[in-house]
Write a protein that binds this ligand. Structure first.
Ligand code: ADP
Ligand code: ZN
Length: 513
């Protein structure tokens, strides 16, 4: 390590030591090597370019996608004595900033990616020495990533115009495939990849199928007295859940979503940050940039967008290092809806979206350690068991449900792929109804083929079939075959089912105890 980097760390930032991989990243940058740093939120990414920017001659150009965040970062940098400026469409001091840059009076210059393509801007950059290109939110350059922004593709020609200036790409969220793509797109060698530890050992992960969402969330709130965040999928879902939680738990509860007046939103957020027992029910917009270290639980009332999103959203719990929990309640319809959405995005992005959904499916469906799946997703090795997730604490049984799945699929097939889960269950268990009589379905060989213990497996089997795309729901709610149906019917693929352990008795309405 360069001897003077600690000295600058103290002088500018007031920190005594680097955290985690910060020192390796800073070392590479100071040595002029191209680098991709993958570090979780809160790990201290900004320091890895801000510190070099004051140690190296010339200006560090920082590419950042969000103007609002840029201005936050500008204020933070200026507060520690770094000479910084932003050059965006909303800045009216652009002429002054350009003068400061030309005079070599800037350590950091923040720009939006679309500026990178302008010939004028490229010429400007030749007029003063550059120390570094820092590319924030670098996953935006990858179509495989979850937040592709075409403007990021304009960066490469700009970077290549200054091949001797080191490049530092930064992101909090990148699976192995996206990482490889970032390296390629930004011209960074494979050995330039530095990945920080992603484990959050104090967060206990719980994932369960949705039965009665409101009841399940009420239980979570009742069991966790500290501040918490509940994520719902729609504004209406937020409003309804917030009302019920307030009525049934006696806790202070506030809603938060983009449809609320900005002033109300700001006030609700401030009250949450100051509170020791408040529950915020929110859409995923909530939590970005809020700094509340003592959030004790995060509960998802529906499937998040990706493993990255799940990690990011659950990661808002327990920043203080104290024990915290993350609960996720999912339904087969979440997967059906996600698949439908994927069908609507541009074809080039569909394989990435599909892989993301498959990875989420594996996480919710596993009988193994949740943490291991999360960490492996971020390219980290992890032990078989963590001792702090639902499956490690209370190992579920996995059974082979292939035969029941075959019965279910053949009932769907023989009834013409027109009916929903309830009707198929009725056929399989031999429940006679006017409809099944009129349809002639009571004469089918599958009518009444399921009884005894197998009856209880029909719901979880249908859920598993929907999750892995063996079944799909059409627009009328009828079940039809997906691509994974045939292999199961033919006995070429198995359907394993995870049976949750007997639920411990929950402390309901623990208020008076
Ligand atoms: P990220 O961008 O990775 O989410 P930030 O750069 O915003 O993270 O840093 C997160 C917090 O950690 C900030 O409050 C920052 O001041 C603090 N921080 C960063 N590096 C250090 C360090 N070496 N020692 C102590 N605190 C640090
Ligand atoms: Zn585990």
């Amino acid at each position: 390590m360069r001897a003077d980097s600690i000295e600058h760390l103290r002088r500018f930032f007031g920190y005594d030591a680097f955290r985690g991989v910060q020192s390796s990243v800073v070392d590479r940058v100071l040595a002029g090597q191209r680098t991709l740093a993958v570090m979780p939120t809160g790990a201290g990414k900004s320091l890895t370019y801000q510190l070099p920017s004051v140690m190296l001659d010339g200006t560090c150009i920082v590419v950042s996608p969000l103007i609002a965040l840029m201005h936050d970062q500008l204020r933070a940098a200026e507060a520690v004595g770094i000479r910084a400026a932003t050059l965006t469409s909303v800045d009216d001091n652009r002429a002054e900033t350009i003068e400061r840059f030309r005079a070599g009076a800037l350590d950091l210059l923040y720009i939006a990616p679309e500026r990178a393509s302008g010939e004028g801007f490229r010429n400007l950059l030749t007029q003063a020495p550059l120390s570094l290109f820092a590319i924030d939110e670098a996953h935006c350059v990858s179509e495989w990533g979850h937040d592709f922004r075409p403007d990021y593709r304009l960066l490469r020609p700009l970077l290549d115009r200054f091949p001797e200036v080191p490049r530092l790409a930064l992101t909090a969220t990148a699976d192995a495939h996206t990482r490889a793509d970032i390296l390629e797109q930004l011209g960074i060698p494979e050995d330039g990849l530095i990945v920080a530890g992603f484990d959050r050992p104090n967060i206990r992960y719980h994932i369960a199928p949705r039965e009665n969402t409101t009841r399940q969330i009420i239980d979570v709130v009742a069991e966790n007295p500290g501040p918490g965040i509940v994520y719902a999928q729609t504004r209406k879902g937020v409003e309804q859940l917030a009302e019920k939680l307030a009525a049934e738990t006696g806790r202070p509860v506030l809603p938060y979503h983009a449809g609320l007046d900005p002033e109300v939103r700001r006030r609700n957020q401030a009250r949450f940050v100051a509170s020791e027992d408040m529950v915020v029910v929110a859409t995923v917009a909530f939590g970005m940039g809020i700094d509340k270290p003592d959030v004790r639980f995060v509960a998802h009332a529906g499937l998040p967008k990706s493993i990255e999103a799940y990690y990011q959203e659950t990661g808002r719990a327990g920043r203080d290092g104290d024990p915290s929990v993350a609960h996720l309640f999912w339904g087969a319809d979440d997967f059906a809806r996600a698949r439908q959405r994927i069908g609507e995005v541009e074809p080039a992005r569909q394989p990435g979206e599909r892989a993301r959904l498959t990875a989420l499916g594996a996480l919710v469906e596993t009988a193994g350690c949740r943490r291991r799946i999360l960490l492996k997703h971020f390219g980290e090795d992890a032990p078989e068991t963590c001792g702090n997730c639902d499956n490690c604490l209370n190992p579920p049984a996995a059974i082979d449900a292939s035969v029941t799945a075959q019965k279910f699929l053949s009932a769907v097939f023989r009834t013409g792929m027109l009916y929903g889960v309830g009707y198929i269950e009725g056929i399989l268990t031999g429940v006679s109804s006017e409809r099944s009589l009129m349809n002639g379905h009571e004469k089918l060989s599958v009518f009444g083929i399921v009884d005894g213990d197998e009856v209880a497996m029909l719901k979880p089997v249908s859920r598993a079939l929907l999750l892995r795309d063996a079944l799909r729901t059409n627009e009328h709610g009828g079940l039809e075959f997906g691509p994974e149906a045939r292999p199961i019917l033919k006995g070429e693929a198995k359907l394993e089912l995870v049976l949750p352990p007997k639920r411990e008795r929950r402390r309901r309405g623990a208020k008076g105890s």
